[in-house]
Design a protein around this ligand. Structure first.
Ligand code: HEC
Ligand code: HEC
Ligand code: HEC
Ligand code: HEC
Length: 499
């Protein structure tokens, strides 16, 4: 008994062999599975190296011939009838909705024409239509975020400059990014109207892709330089970072810098050398002594914020968890078993299933409600900051009426300058606070505090002149009334604010 049992028992080494065999089989199946997955992926991959797209091809349709799925989705950005509670592509007139902004941007272009952004394919139509473009001269720089003809023209200027300045025996520059860098200054310094005929295609493929490899690529020199100013090298960015940085070429705060000594005119610059926070930018602009306009009501030197989307996003929980702009605005889509990137860049609330639900297991209604609740809180705080700011501008006017000296007003005006930039940093941002709710509220809180502190100082300065009654604030309850008030200040016949 014991013997037979013994003889049936496997030898000691057999266990080892079985383990090895099982391991080998598992490994083989694994290899097969990866191979199948890879094959499937290869089959799905578009022709990644295109033969016929030129180094500076700006025509999106030419790229579209090789990449029809991306191009078809891209073209959907021509639709502009979508609307969400605070966004969408519908042409929303901010000034009709909020006459306070007519006062805050008084005299400046934004008080005349300020519409909600639409899709990328409409960018050229919209810039050609805006009343903010001046004649006879307007900076060529204004084209920079509107067209893939921008890198093309910068490259063309770069080639000419390379040819003219190249010394005997030196090699011709052929790297497209270096050529773009060489030609940028000439592009910015050009007259907007002279470049008009060359701006043929709206924002597109060449802006984000290298035509030879289809890799994501930074074509705008200002972003490279902005990174360098912070001591960072954009060429070291990870692939996931690039999925946001391609957007940061345009969706950022910027200004036009003129430095005659350095041969720079209207040179597109991101004010990042002291960081991308609102405080860093205020410090930057104060040091540079920069202003966009002098406010006609208060004589405050105002800095107009553009749209620091990337900067604001960078402070939020999604950036912290490495979720990129593209994850929400260009989510993956499947069609007939093919997975590709949705090139219809739009409000993610119009496509919650692909944009958010891949990570969040909440229902669509829940996700949408969550976003709208955040946005409404920010929108309300924003209005409170506007009310405080509008009153602060009028309080300065009242102080001027009471003949308070300019020297006494200077520190107060600076406070209002900072308050307005803080408010605008949030207001000009897209997404109504969703990209970083806490940071938006923090900044609006500081804006209200700056504006109200200024008003306390002003009340004291006016009281010292013997007036203790509150100023009588003009009626700005609709766009026309607000505009008429601005005009009366511009004409030098402001309403009487003090008794
Ligand atoms: C976690 C998802 C998410 C990320 C990441 C994200 N966004 Fe958004 N974005 C949104 C949502 C939600 C809205 C609000 C849309 C609305 O109100 O209809 C929005 C709004 C916008 C809008 C305005 C669109 C409209 O229709 O009003 C722009 C422009 C925008 N985002 C750009 C960016 C950029 C640039 C980045 C990266 C720097 C980015 N977003 C990162 C979710 C995201
Ligand atoms: C070359 C500059 C440029 C780049 C690059 C760029 N944008 Fe834009 N974007 C714009 C401009 C300009 C508009 C406004 C167009 C208009 O209103 O005519 C805009 C509009 C938008 C809108 C509003 C569309 C809508 O339907 O409401 C969203 C969302 C947006 N961009 C997101 C992104 C994201 C995400 C990226 C990166 C993947 C990106 N953009 C890259 C310049 C750019
Ligand atoms: C605003 C930037 C932007 C623009 C403009 C843009 N793309 Fe893309 N594209 C992306 C991003 C982001 C990805 C995802 C890349 C990744 O993660 O590797 C992508 C991926 C792709 C891919 C790889 C396959 C896929 O779908 O994921 C192709 C092909 C492509 N784009 C073609 C085009 C074409 C054609 C155009 C012009 C009609 C275009 N792109 C315009 C940002 C852009
Ligand atoms: C690629 C994954 C991913 C995508 C896509 C994504 N999220 Fe998130 N989301 C996250 C992560 C990760 C967090 C942080 C959660 C945590 O750390 O607990 C988060 C947090 C949030 C929060 C909580 C914010 C806070 O301040 O606490 C909300 C709300 C949210 N997401 C909404 C959305 C919406 C709406 C979309 C689509 C427009 C979206 N998310 C898309 C990954 C994602």
């Amino acid at each position: 008994m014991t013997d037979t049992m013994k003889s049936k028992k496997l030898p000691a080494w057999a266990g080892g062999v079985i383990v090895l065999l099982v391991a080998a089989i598992v490994a083989l199946i694994g290899l097969l599975a990866t191979s199948i997955a890879e094959r499937r992926w290869e089959a799905q991959q578009p022709i990644l190296v295109s033969q016929n797209i030129g180094q500076f091809e700006s025509d999106n349709a030419v790229w579209g011939a090789d990449y029809p799925r991306e191009y078809d989705a891209y073209k959907k950005m021509g639709l502009d009838d979508t609307r969400t509670m605070y966004g969408g592509a519908v042409k929303r007139d901010y000034l009709e909705e909020d006459p306070r902004q007519v006062i805050l941007f008084a005299k400046y272009g934004f008080s005349k024409h300020f519409f909600q952004a639409r899709g990328h394919t409409l960018a050229l139509d919209d810039i050609r239509e805006t009343k903010r473009i001046k004649r006879p001269f307007n900076a060529g720089t204004c084209w920079t975020c509107k067209s893939p003809d921008v890198p093309r023209m910068m490259g063309k200027f770069g080639k000419e400059i390379d040819k003219a300045t190249r010394k005997e025996g030196e090699k011709e520059e052929t790297d497209p990014i270096k050529l773009i860098g060489l030609g940028a200054a000439k592009f910015y310094a050009s007259n907007w109207h002279d470049l008009d005929k060359d701006m043929k295609h709206p924002i597109g493929c060449l802006d984000c892709h290298d035509p030879k490899t289809m890799k994501l690529r930074i074509t705008r020199p200002a972003l490279r330089e902005g990174f360098a100013a912070m001591g960072r090298d954009i060429d070291k960015a990870t692939h996931q970072e690039m999925r946001s940085l391609v957007c940061a070429q345009c969706h950022v705060e910027y200004y036009f810098k003129t430095d005659e000594a350095a041969g720079k005119k209207n040179y597109l610059t991101f004010p990042w050398s002291k960081g991308t926070s609102v405080e860093g930018m205020i410090e930057y602009y104060d040091t540079a002594g920069f202003k966009d306009f002098i406010h006609p009501i208060s004589k405050v030197e105002v800095i107009k914020s553009q749209h620091p989307d990337w900067e604001m996003y960078s402070t939020g929980v999604h950036a912290y968890r490495k979720v990129s702009c593209s994850d929400c605005h260009m989510p993956y889509r499947s069609e007939g078993g093919m997975k590709f990137t949705d090139h219809h860049v739009q409000s993610p609330l119009l496509n919650i299933e692909n944009s958010c639900a891949v990570c969040h297991r909440w229902s669509e209604t829940e996700l949408k409600t969550r976003v709208e609740t955040i946005q409404t809180k920010v929108a309300n705080a924003r209005i409170k900051a506007e009310d405080a700011l509008v009153a602060a501008h009028f309080d300065v006017a009242a102080a001027m009426e009471a003949k308070v000296a300019d020297a006494e007003l200077a520190p107060v005006r600076k406070m209002i300058r900072h308050a307005q930039f803080r408010w605008d940093y949030v207001a000009a941002n897209n997404s109504m606070g969703f990209h970083s709710p806490q940071e938006s509220m923090r900044i609006l809180g500081d804006a209200v505090n700056n504006a109200q502190t200024a008003r306390i100082h002003l009340a004291r300065l006016i009281a010292a002149k013997g007036v203790i009654e509150a100023p009588k604030y003009p009626d700005i309850s609709d766009r026309k009334k607000a505009m008429d008030t601005v005009k009366s200040f511009l004409a030098g016949t402001p309403p009487k604010l003090l008794p």
